[in-house]
Design a binder for this molecule. Structure first.
Ligand SMILES: [Fe+2]
Length: 167
């Protein structure tokens, strides 16, 4: 494995092992912000060949995953949380407009939940944001973007509930 990636994986593992709660995630976020400050690191971890969702590393013991994302054009997602997991978004290139939501009514397997927007903000290169379990948000990207993301568990294997935004 690439040295930078294995170092990052080890650092995350050490932090999350001794601090699996929200505080540990803030430490991981700080680590990512430091890493993204160096353009060479971005080129190494998110090269031009990166796809929309590349799993770079999975810690099978703690469950967390390091992912690289590259969107060549506009890319938006509807309001969502990360189920039982948390996620850290680290913007590397381009801009993401993020909206946070409060829960109005809970989702079930066959009925989308209802959510209301509470705040909208921009993630620009170097910005890192932690979304804890249940934090609802939706990203809008109008141009090409790339980011690093760390998930508490591989969310592609988790059944996700749907949410609809209400005024
Ligand atoms: Fe998300």
């Amino acid at each position: 494995m690439e040295k930078l990636l294995s170092q990052l994986a080890d650092d995350c593992s050490n932090i999350l092992k001794s601090n699996p709660g929200p505080e540990g995630r803030v430490q991981v976020a700080n680590l990512l912000a430091e890493l993204l400050a160096d353009a060479e690191n971005i080129e190494t971890l998110i090269p031009d060949t990166t796809g929309e969702r590349d799993l770079l590393f999975e810690n099978t013991d703690l469950g967390f995953c390091i992912l690289a994302h590259q969107y060549k054009g506009p890319k938006s997602s509807p309001p969502h949380d990360h189920g039982e997991s948390w996620a850290i978004y680290a913007q590397a290139r381009g801009e993401t407009e993020m909206t946070d939501y409060e829960l109005v009514s809970a989702a079930s397997a066959d009925t989308p939940g209802k959510v209301r927007a509470t705040k909208t903000y921009r993630l620009t290169p170097g910005d890192v944001h932690v979304y804890d379990e249940g934090d609802l948000h939706s990203p809008t990207r109008e141009g090409p973007t790339s980011l690093l993301r760390i998930e508490g568990m591989d969310l592609s294997k988790v059944k996700r509930l749907r949410y609809e935004a209400v005024a």
